[in-house]
Unconditional design. Structure first.
Lengths: 164, 589
């Protein structure tokens, strides 16, 4: 059996927990985020003829009151980098987090999710960011935890990248 | 030898190059060292050649294994061989399962039997323990606790008799927090090992970050209620033991030894771990060895005697209780049988309801009181409830009671009933007999009345009064309806006596006094009839004035139809111009 630790990275309130909740049924309360700073969930994904157990570490989003604990990132095989399309600042923060992640764990697979695409009319980022980031070999998806758009796909793409 | 020649060739070239100056030295060296050189060459060839090396090892492999076992025991050799043997077995099973199945077939039966026996033995031990506890005072307390908390009694008993039990063991990859192995004691509820391992790792990281401890250190123990989590840290992995109760300190040593053994055995796998836990499939049996449990030991003999004594007492109590219930049922059954025989009582059902006897049926209000039977039988009235419906019984005895209650016969009269016929016996006043005739057939259950054994009773005062008034004659002058003063005085004299006719002891309130007017034969008959009527009315008015109830007076004039004497002399005619009295008495039929 193959298990992979993956982390959810992103600013506060970009929708990381909602994405995870859309993806799995949790046994732990969301209050773990504000107490321990992380909540661990699990999802088994079938890829071709293989099954991969994704152990999701949903890290507390960094804000003015609490810093992200990078020690939780240790040992991750991949991560989902999440930004809120309606807040430009979270987009920039995601770029910072990617750089920091590279420093912490080296180059590991990740998928960049620009979340809240159900609020596309309120977006605060330019439309051409996908092509710019694709040029950097990033995998970029527009997602919505509310509608479920690209949520499953993001996890599957990340799992596929981690398995090579 | 070919190699030896080859080896010598460079020396010869060197010799030529040196102009044969050292030729003799080389020759000498060859002579001295050649045998050793050849031996070395042969040895080198032997070592380099896999076939010859295999042959050499095969000569001593058995002795080497034997020697190693004697030196280090089985552990090191077992640990070294286990992965290879396991992978070989897996591969063999994958390629041809039938071969392994054939090989295992002879041992499968005994192994399964032994496993079943072990399981049964463990179950019986647990059962004995629970039984011993369940028959003690403490066991009763635990049973109450089980009821209160909603847990099974066996679970409560197990927890109370538990010193400690290692319920779960997690082997966690230190870097990723992923579970490499997980062993659980039977009947222990668990969460997903991946999630628990992840959160345990997160907490470790959280504590290290918060208190700036070195990365090779971490939380060694966590305590929640009666659960302890002991964590042993190794370079690549951690061992987390979830323990209920108070474990001895040497358990930590065993955990540490286990973790060390795992690190030794799976060193490469731990180092290379990339999420594939396949290499750690055989680690769970190692972890399972740490699932220890220890229970409180009682004094077996004393405990057993206590158990038997308690069991005996319980059997006696239960037996006594059953016997007592049977005896109660028997006694109440007898009472019910007695009640069934009582006139005016019909039993429709008898049994137990809500812990009490319930007796249902119909009861005539005049039937015997069941409470009296309960009292006579010295039964506890609180242990039974009667539910009666009212009805009119047609039993002769009850009908006789009903008739007695309704008719209130005088003391000199007894009422009996036979097949619905009322049989009054004895003497009774006429007025009561009259009442009996009027009302008897209205009483439920009475179809006829037999008066043959009933005599009319006449009390002395009534008889005297009746006699006196019936012998009283009020005479009138010729053609006159007016009372003379003498007649009024005569009526005044007889009036007190008349009271006995209407207020006698046996209740002759309905006595009728007939006032009958007469005339002599002189004059026209029509006038005589009118005259006799007026004479009777005149006397009746006077009697009413003197206290005789008007409703008891019947007035009639008979003219010359009923003369007192033959109307053939003046004296007889004087007597015929009169008013006389009659007091009719009811006659038996």
């Amino acid at each position: 059996m193959i298990q992979k630790k993956i982390c959810m990275l992103g600013s506060f309130a970009v929708g990381k927990t909602s994405l995870v909740r859309r993806f799995v049924d949790s046994i732990y309360s969301d209050t773990y985020h504000t107490t321990v700073g992380v909540k661990v969930d699990k999802k088994v994904v079938a890829l071709d003829d293989r099954e991969v157990t994704l152990v999701l570490w949903d890290l507390y989003g960094e804000d003015d009151f609490q810093k992200m604990r990078w020690s939780y990132f240790r040992g991750a095989s991949g991560y989902l980098l999440v930004a809120d399309g309606t807040r430009r600042a979270t987009f920039d923060k995601a770029l910072e987090l990617e750089e920091r992640a590279r420093q912490e764990a080296g180059v590991i697979p990740f998928v960049f999710l620009v979340n809240k695409c159900d609020l596309a009319e309120e977006w605060d980022v330019d439309g051409g960011f996908e092509s710019q980031l694709a040029a950097k070999s990033w995998t970029v998806l527009r997602s919505s935890a509310k509608t479920g758009e690209n949520v499953e796909e993001a996890f599957r793409q990340l799992a596929r990248k981690m398995l090579g | 030898m070919a190699d030896a020649s080859t080896k010598r060739a460079p020396s010869e070239s060197a010799e030529e190059a040196a102009g044969n100056g050292t030729g003799s030295l080389e020759e000498l060296r060859h002579l001295i060292l050649a045998p050793e050189q050849e031996a070395l060459d042969r040895l080198q060839q032997r070592v380099a050649d896999p076939q010859s090396r295999t042959a050499d090892v095969s000569d001593v492999v058995a002795e080497a294994i034997q020697l190693r076992r004697e030196q280090d025991g089985d552990n090191a050799l077992r640990d070294a061989l286990a992965p290879t043997i396991e992978s070989s077995l897996r591969e063999s099973v994958r390629k041809d399962p039938a071969a392994i199945a054939d090989a295992l077939f002879p041992v499968m039966g005994p192994a399964i039997r032994r496993s079943i026996l072990e399981t049964l033995r463990a179950f019986l031990e647990s059962f004995n323990q629970v039984m011993e506890q369940s028959l003690s005072w403490q066991g009763l307390q635990w049973r109450v606790e089980a009821l209160r908390t909603g847990r099974r009694f066996s679970e409560v008993a197990l927890l109370h008799s538990l010193v400690f039990r290692v319920e779960q063991i997690f082997l966690i990859h230190k870097k990723t927090g992923l579970p490499l192995g997980h062993a659980v004691a039977p009947a222990v509820a668990t969460e997903d090992p991946s999630l628990v391992s992840g959160m345990l790792s997160a907490i470790q990281d959280f504590v290290r970050d918060s208190f700036h401890t070195p990365s090779d250190q971490g939380v060694g123990r966590m305590n929640v209620g009666d659960l302890d989590v002991w964590i042993e840290h190794g370079p690549q992995g951690s061992l987390a033991a979830v323990i209920r109760g108070i474990a001895p300190h040497d358990l930590r040593d065993r955990l540490a030894e286990t973790l060390e053994a795992i690190h030794r055995q799976y060193a490469a796998e731990l180092e290379r771990f990339d999420g594939n836990t396949g290499a750690f499939q055989s680690v769970n049996p190692i972890l399972a060895q740490c699932l220890e449990a220890r229970y409180k030991q009682g004094a077996p003999r004393r405990g057993r005697r206590y158990v038997w004594a308690t069991a005996g007492v319980i059997v006696l109590l239960v037996g006594g209780w059953i016997g007592w219930r049977w005896w109660q049922y028997h006694r109440w059954s007898e009472l019910v049988s007695t009640l069934r025989e009582q006139p005016g009582i019909v039993i429709t059902s008898f049994g137990r309801e809500h812990g009490r006897f319930a007796i249902r049926g119909l009861r005539d209000p005049l039937a015997a009181d069941p409470a009296e039977f309960v009292k006579d039988a010295t039964l506890d009235p609180k242990s039974a409830a009667f539910h009666w419906g009212a009805y009119y019984a047609l039993d002769d005895a009850i009908v006789a009671k009903r008739a007695t209650a309704e008719l209130a016969p005088p003391q000199s009269t007894v009422l009996m009933v036979e097949n619905g016929t009322l049989l009054p016996r004895g003497n009774a006043p006429p007025i009561w007999i009259s009442d009996l005739k009027r009302r008897a057939l209205e009483i439920p259950g009475i179809r006829a009345v037999d008066f043959s054994h009933l005599a009319i009773e006449d009390t002395a005062a009534f008889g005297i009064a009746r006699h006196e008034i019936m012998n009283t004659v009020i005479t009138f002058p010729l053609g006159s309806p007016e009372l003379s003063a003498a007649d009024v005085a005569s009526l005044r004299t007889v009036a007190p006596t008349l009271q006995h006719l209407f207020v006698p002891p046996d209740g002759h309130a309905d006595t009728i006094l007939e006032v009958v007017g007469h005339t002599d034969s002189s004059g026209a008959e029509l006038i005589n009839e009118s005259l006799s009527q007026r004479r009777a009315e005149q006397v009746a008015r006077m009697l009413a004035k003197l206290g005789v109830p008007e409703t008891s007076l019947r007035v009639k004039g008979v003219g010359t139809a009923q003369p007192l004497r033959p109307d053939d002399s003046e004296e007889n005619r004087r007597l015929n111009r009169s008013v006389t009295f009659l007091v009719p008495v009811p006659q038996s039929e």
